[in-house]
Design a protein around this ligand. Structure first.
Ligand SMILES: NC(=O)c1ccc[n+]([C@@H]2O[C@H](COP(=O)([O-])OP(=O)(O)OC[C@H]3O[C@@H](n4cnc5c(N)ncnc54)[C@H](OP(=O)(O)O)[C@@H]3O)[C@@H](O)[C@H]2O)c1
Length: 264
């Protein structure tokens, strides 16, 4: 990437957006961080790289330059507003990547049967954000990333266990480190097929019980209370690795958690 590449606009600069901003900048891209309240929420970003963007205020959409790449990092709702954005803004973008969630597959036959869930599994269109994502994908060529649980600095699964925010169950969980997610977003802007979907996870669905037993052995966390008895699902990342050719930086949750536990 060089500074002659299209500018990258991050629509919503929260947890993932901030890591994406840093990685894109390090690659030499011209990158803008957007927020509904930039003066309050983007204090760490140089003022000349901040944009005001609010999906609910169409007047702010004009700030997105023509031929830019845009990454949408919040739920694509309300659906009619997401569609209006698709109609008015998507045609002038080079690429649009929309972050969805793997929960879109809950209830799919593959998930219910406990089989690996790949991108051919049907998504639940009764969920408003899924309708928004699918409209942007089918009608306006957005690339949809169906993202597993995001973890990383400040979102440490060990803290979820210590704080009792997850309970002991044999339910499957699928995770992705935020540094991998940001790098995958950048790669999907280059190599993803417009209108296509890619699952984003580290490829190793784990049961919470397995993670908690390992955490108790390695980091001395106590055994939490029982919880959610539903089986969860096993997300496949085969397409991400095979078709985007992505190599995970954090394929091993336990090594990543070891790093998150290091002081500083
Ligand atoms: N957390 C997970 O484990 C997980 C798992 C799967 C998928 N996801 C999805 O992945 C995406 C990224 O997650 P994240 O945790 O990085 O998100 P996040 O920290 O909540 O960041 C998204 C940012 O978008 C902005 N935003 C929200 N609504 C907006 C609107 N209507 N118009 C314009 N900007 C708006 C907000 O910033 P301002 O307030 O500054 O505008 C917010 O900080 C989200 O879509 C999330 O649902 C998350």
């Amino acid at each position: 990437m060089t500074s002659s590449d299209p500018p990258l606009i991050i629509l919503g600069t929260g947890y993932t957006g901030r890591v994406l901003f840093r990685q894109a900048k390090a690659e030499g891209r011209i990158v803008f961080a957007a927020s509904r309240v930039p003066e309050k929420n983007l204090t760490g970003i140089p003022p000349e790289q901040r944009l005001r963007f609010d999906l609910d205020r169409a007047g702010t959409w004009d700030a997105i330059p023509a031929q830019a790449d845009a990454v949408w990092t919040f739920p694509a709702v309300p659906v009619d507003t997401a569609c209006a954005f698709g109609e008015q803004v998507a045609p002038r973008l080079r690429r649009l990547v929309v972050l969805g969630a793997t929960s879109a597959y809950d209830g799919s036959p593959q998930a219910v049967r406990g089989e690996p869930v790949d991108e051919t599994a049907p998504v639940d269109r009764t969920i408003a954000r899924v309708q928004g994502e699918e409209s942007l994908r089918e009608r306006y060529g957005a690339i949809v990333l169906r993202v597993a649980g995001i973890y990383g600095p400040g979102r440490n699964p060990l803290d979820w266990i210590r704080q009792g925010r997850v309970g002991y169950s044999h339910r499957f969980v699928n995770l992705i480190h935020v540094e991998d997610l940001a790098a995958i977003i950048l790669q999907s802007l280059e190599d993803g097929v417009p209108g296509d979907t890619y699952n984003v996870s580290d490829g190793t669905p784990r049961r919470w019980s397995e993670i908690m037993d390992a955490a108790a052995t390695r980091w001395g966390t106590g055994k939490p209370l029982p919880a959610d008895p539903t089986p969860g699902k096993r997300i496949s990342n085969r397409k991400l690795l095979a078709e985007l050719g992505y190599t995970l930086r954090y394929p091993d949750l336990y090594k990543a958690m070891e790093e998150l536990e290091q002081p500083g």
